[in-house]
Design a protein around this ligand. Structure first.
Ligand code: CP
Length: 301
C-alpha cells in the first residue's frame, strides 16, 4: 500500500492537491463532524509553533478525534538522548497518525520511512512545510477564484523560508510567474531557481520592495528566520530590510491579496491589517479546514 504520509508538497499530484482544496471547502462549510471518533493523532513539535500546532489540534478536536503529544521537546525523552527513530516507533504504537515539526531537514522523510502510521510534515528545517502550502493554495484559490496564470511576488527570507520553497513547487502545476524580492544575503537558493527553469516558470529577482508588486495578484511576505542563522551579525544586518506600509499599496491591483504564513515581526506594518487587501489572518483560519482535509486524506477516511 502506498505510504500515505505527507512529507513534501511533491508527494501530491496536481489532482491530489485539488482534492485537498475541494475537501477543505467541504470542511469549511461543515467543520464539526465525527469522522475521527475513536482515533488518536499525535503532534510532536520539536520546534516552536502557534498556528500549525493549534490549527492541527483544533482540526482534530472539531472532528472528534483525540490529541497526544508535546509542544516542547524539552518535556520529552529526547532530552535524555532518545533518538528520533525510537520516538517515532513509540508514538506510532499509540497514535493513528503523527504530525511532526523538526529542525532538521529530512527528519520528516526519515520518520515516514520508519513509521507504520502516516507522518504529516509540519515543517522540517528550511526544507518543506506542505500543510502551509496547501492552506496558501486554498487562500489563493478563495481570493483569486483560480490558481492559474497568477503573478506572485515572494518577499523576505527566500533562503531559509520553507513556505516559499514549498509554494514554488506546488504552483508549478498552475503556470505562475514569480518575482523574488530579497536582500542579497537571503536570495532564493539556486535549487529553486533551477526548479523554475526546469518547469519553464518565468521569474525575476530584485532587492527592492516598493514599486515592485504593482502588477502582482499575490504579495507573499515572509519573516526573516532568525533561528536558521549561524551568524547573528548577519541577522541583525538583514532583519528589518522590508516593512510593507499602506501607502506602498496605492498602485496595486484591485485583486491583490497580501499573504504571510505568520508569525510576523516587522515585515508588515500593523496599519496594513485594516486594508482589505490584507488576508493573512483569514489565511491562518483557512489552515484549520485544510488540515482537517489533510488528516482525513492521510487516514483514508
Ligand atoms: N505558519 C507557521 O508555521 O506558523 P507557526 O510557526 O506558528 O506554526
Amino acid at each position: 500500500m502506498k505510504n500515505r504520509s505527507l512529507v513534501s508538497i511533491t508527494d501530491y499530484t496536481k489532482e491530489e492537491i485539488l482534492e485537498i482544496l475541494h475537501l477543505a471547502a467541504d470542511f469549511e462549510a461543515n467543520p464539526n463532524q465525527k469522522i475521527l471518533k475513536g482515533r488518536v493523532i499525535a503532534t510532536l513539535f520539536f520546534e516552536p509553533s502557534t498556528r500549525t500546532r493549534l490549527s492541527f489540534e483544533t482540526a482534530v478536536n472539531r472532528l472528534r478525534g483525540r490529541i497526544v503529544g508535546f509542544s516542547d521537546a524539552m518535556t520529552s525523552s529526547s532530552v535524555k538522548g532518545e533518538s528520533l527513530h525510537d520516538t517515532i516507533r513509540m508514538v506510532a504504537n499509540y497514535a493513528d497518525a503523527i504530525v511532526m515539526r523538526h529542525p532538521l531537514e529530512g527528519a520528516a522523510r526519515y520518520a515516514s520511512e520508519i513509521s507504520p502510521v502516516p507522518i504529516v510534515n509540519a515543517g522540517d528545517g528550511a526544507n518543506q512545510h506542505p500543510s502551509q502550502t496547501l492552506l496558501d493554495l486554498y487562500s489563493i484559490l478563495k481570493t483569486q477564484g483560480t490558481l492559474e496564470n497568477l503573478k506572485i511576488c515572494l518577499v523576505g527570507d527566500l533562503k531559509y523560508g520553507r513556505t516559499v520553497h514549498s509554494l514554488i513547487m506546488a504552483m508549478a502545476h498552475f503556470n505562475p510567474t514569480f518575482r523574488f524580492i530579497a536582500p542579497d544575503e537571503l536570495k532564493m537558493p539556486d535549487e529553486y531557481k533551477l526548479f523554475c527553469k526546469k518547469h519553464n516558470i518565468p521569474y525575476e529577482e530584485t532587492t527592492e520592495l516598493a514599486g515592485n508588486f504593482d502588477d502582482a495578484d499575490i504579495l507573499y511576505i515572509t519573516r526573516v528566520q532568525k533561528e536558521r542563522f549561524l551568524d547573528m551579525l548577519e541577522f541583525e544586518r538583514v532583519k528589518n530590510t522590508y516593512t510593507l506600509k499602506n501607502d506602498m499599496l496605492a498602485n496595486s491591483k484591485p485583486n491583490l491579496k497580501i499573504l504571510h504564513p505568520l508569525p510576523r515581526v516587522n515585515e508588515i506594518d500593523p496599519d496594513v491589517d485594516i486594508n482589505p487587501k490584507a488576508y493573512y489572518f483569514q489565511q491562518a483560519q483557512n489552515g484549520m479546514y485544510v488540515r482537517q482535509a489533510i488528516i482525513s486524506k492521510v487516514l483514508n477516511l
